[in-house]
Design a binder for this molecule. Sequence first.
Ligand SMILES: CC(C)(COP(=O)(O)OP(=O)(O)OC[C@H]1O[C@@H](n2cnc3c(N)ncnc32)[C@H](O)[C@@H]1OP(=O)(O)O)[C@@H](O)C(=O)NCCC(=O)NCCS
Length: 215
Amino acid sequence: MDLVDIFPAFGIRIECGPVTLRAMRESDATRVAELAAEGIHAPSARPFLRPWNLEEEQPTTSLQFYYRTWASVTPESWTLLFAVERDGILVGAQDMRTESFAVLRTAETGSWLGLAHQGHGTGTLMRQAILVFAFDHLAAVQMTSGAWADNPSSHRVSEKCGYGLNGYDLRDRQGEPVRSDRFVVTPGTFVRPPYDVVVTGLEAFARSVGLDVTP
Ligand SMILES: CC(C)(COP(=O)(O)OP(=O)(O)OC[C@H]1O[C@@H](n2cnc3c(N)ncnc32)[C@H](O)[C@@H]1OP(=O)(O)O)[C@@H](O)C(=O)NCCC(=O)NCCS
């Protein structure tokens, strides 16, 4: 038996032209630490709730986050963690998190890329890849994303993928009140990627969280 037979989320793979989303694994934590050390954003920018990638404990806290996320997968509430590869090299991460998906068919995504890998269209392709996965393979009816008002590249990626603004929250970002914009995309507004998307390993995962998917 392989680990993926016990934990099917480890078997999901989404290929979209030069970009591949494959399940994050424990051994990826070292490459994530390298990317974080090389920079994910300018030191003054704040794309996340806290600057986790600038913290000395990042390798430990990221690994603990992965373990917590894997340990918390249930049919009612699950998060998929993907390592993002461009031309076979790990360049960032994409996640998809949801509650009551079988009923609501909606999920939220989040993502980041190492600084050196930004601005080449990878952020758009990885978002389009996960949206094809959600809409075509998991029958999602909408997908959401959020970004601070001062994160123009994330806003632009959402816009390019066909999201519309869906309100905002005022949130405490390290002691500052900052607007966090909410975006939503549906199958009708989604701007699809210029590549076919190939998904493998979904059926066993879907069964494990109580979803009925036909290949
Ligand atoms: C957000 C992120 C994933 C996008 O990935 P990416 O590979 O850079 O995105 P793409 O290259 O596909 O597209 C970026 C778009 O933003 C635009 N953009 C970048 N900086 C911009 C700025 N300052 N003002 C306006 N537009 C900007 C680019 O021109 C591009 O749009 P275009 O294709 O119309 O020219 C990446 O920048 C990242 O990881 N940032 C740091 C972490 C982060 O912000 N994560 C998201 C948290 S919500």
